[in-house]
Design a protein around this ligand. Structure first.
Ligand code: BG6
Length: 474
């Protein structure tokens, strides 16, 4: 029998935060960088695609991390971060994606950023592709629906593995690779309404990303034999809405919208259940023998984001909807929702950790979790500007308690990086008032503000979580 004193985090647990280039850097055309698909989504995933970027939009400057990274990394050092998840903007290295020579200034920027992290002993965790690609690849090649993208991606990853081989051990391939099903432009540079895009085109693009991801694993292991390379999925556990057997069948179907993506990247081949799915949906895709060989380069660990759980039902009359992160989901009557309508379910995190570990027995890394909320900047008793974000502290505390439970269950958890440790531009809605950070950034939805940074109440709380290795959680 375990008692409470057995419930603890491993000594080498990787505590930290997670960011994505297009949501923080700004400087979208600086030092030779090209535009990306993220610049074409100024209002977020649900907005119109504008291939000619607007004059004014939040991501254009974002939080100006490109110029302010030294101060921000210092704050992460003060928080005691063991790890910082960042992404490389492919278009800083290959502005149009199809060049043969990389852009040295782009590489130098990430070199400098990594050196800065090193000063504070912050281990980098790099996402190779976080919801952006050179815009020219979407416009001229049709994004990932085109097989040529595999070669362009291979060239890009070779360059970055070679360049950063002595500085980076932990890598992720495609961020939330499964979300391409619901947002094909955001995840794959494929234009058109998701409902209208031909399913064979979509699954061909997914296949190309699987091959590209496995190639990245192969190349990464060749260039940096000690590297650990993971896949990344949006982890949304699914509960049957009722005990009806048909709701359970629906649950299995819904779960496979996520598990298909980890199955291929962990097991190195397509799962049998996809044969039936492809047949029934008249999906035909090209999978060559060479592709099958490459897919055998499987990941070292599984990473995932966790914001919410969802439900499944076969009964259209019970099918009340809640907002999910990008896809809408069946409402769970037992859960409260955030200001953005996302269900809040800390126990779901323990559930998915157990589910993934039971299925794969590979180490797991929670690389995104957090609460997007409106914050109010106020003066504290000393006259300093701050935010009393007890709601954020409660959200994170409750989720971390469940991570500790999962560890006590026997799940191998490598680390936890909270999403947006500093306020950033939201991905799904392109807003700024939706904030996740421990650090407040003075910016608003009209692209106004001084970019000044202020510590919120949660800053000291998270610092203490890390310092005590989670012993202050309640
Ligand atoms: C994940 C993405 O989907 O959720 C992030 O990987 C994103 O890029 C995060 O920012 C939170 O979503 P949002 O829409 O609140 O920014």
């Amino acid at each position: 029998m375990s008692n409470i004193s057995d419930k603890t985090f491993p000594e080498n647990f990787l505590w930290g935060g997670a960011l994505a280039a297009n949501q923080i850097e700004g400087a979208v055309l600086e030092d030779g960088k090209g535009l990306t698909t993220a610049d074409a989504l100024p209002d977020g995933v649900f907005g119109e695609v504008s291939l000619v970027p607007r004059e004014k939009y939040l991501k254009k400057e974002a939080i100006d991390f490109y110029h302010r990274y030294k101060d921000d990394v210092k704050l992460f050092g003060e928080l005691g971060f063991k790890v910082l998840r960042i992404s490389i903007a492919w278009a800083r290295i290959f502005p149009n994606g199809d060049e043969t020579e990389p852009n040295e200034k782009g590489l130098q920027y990430y070199d400098d950023l990594l050196d800065e992290m090193k000063k504070y002993n912050i281990e980098p965790l790099i996402t190779l592709s976080h919801y952006e690609m050179p815009l020219a690849l979407a416009v001229n090649y049709g994004g990932w629906s085109n097989r040529k993208l595999i070669d362009f991606f291979e060239r890009y990853v070779r360059v970055v593995f070679e360049r950063f081989k002595d500085k980076v051990k932990y890598w992720l391939t495609f961020n939330e690779i499964n979300v391409i099903l619901h947002a094909p432009f955001n995840g794959g540079g494929i234009q058109g309404n998701p409902e209208e895009i031909n399913k064979s085109t979509l699954y061909q693009a997914i296949h190309h990303q699987f091959v590209a991801s496995a190639l990245a694993v192969k190349i990464g292991h060749e260039i940096v034999p000690t590297s650990k390379i993971g896949c990344m999925v949006a982890g949304t556990p699914v509960y049957p809405l009722t005990p009806s057997p048909s709701d359970m069948a629906e649950t299995i179907k819904k779960e496979r919208e996520t598990l298909f993506f980890s199955d291929v990247q962990v097991r190195g081949k397509y799962p049998n259940y996809m044969n039936r799915y492809f047949k029934e949906n008249d999906i035909h895709i090209e999978i060559t023998d060479a592709d099958k060989e490459i897919l055998k380069n499987t990941v070292d660990f599984i990473s995932f984001s966790y914001y919410m759980s969802s439900c499944a039902t076969a009964d259209p009359e019970l099918n009340e909807q809640s907002k999910g992160n990008i896809a809408s989901i069946v409402k769970n009557p037992y859960l409260e929702e955030s200001e953005w309508g996302w269900p809040v379910d800390p126990e779901g995190l323990r559930y998915i950790l157990n589910q993934l570990y039971d299925r794969y027995q590979l180490p797991l890394f929670i690389v995104e979790n957090g609460l997007g909320a409106k914050d109010e900047l106020i003066k504290d008793e000393n006259g300093n500007l701050t935010v009393n974000d007890d709601y954020r502290i409660k959200f994170l505390n409750d989720h971390l308690v469940q991570v500790r439970e999962a560890i006590a269950d026997g799940v191998e958890v490598m680390g936890y990086t909270s999403w947006g440790p500093i306020d950033i531009v939201s991905n799904s809605t392109g807003e700024f008032r939706k904030r996740y950070g421990f650090i407040y950034v003075d910016r608003n939805d009209n692209c106004e503000g001084s970019f000044e940074r202020y510590k919120k109440k949660s800053f000291n709380w998270y610092k203490e979580v890390i310092r005590t290795n989670g012993k202050n959680l309640v």
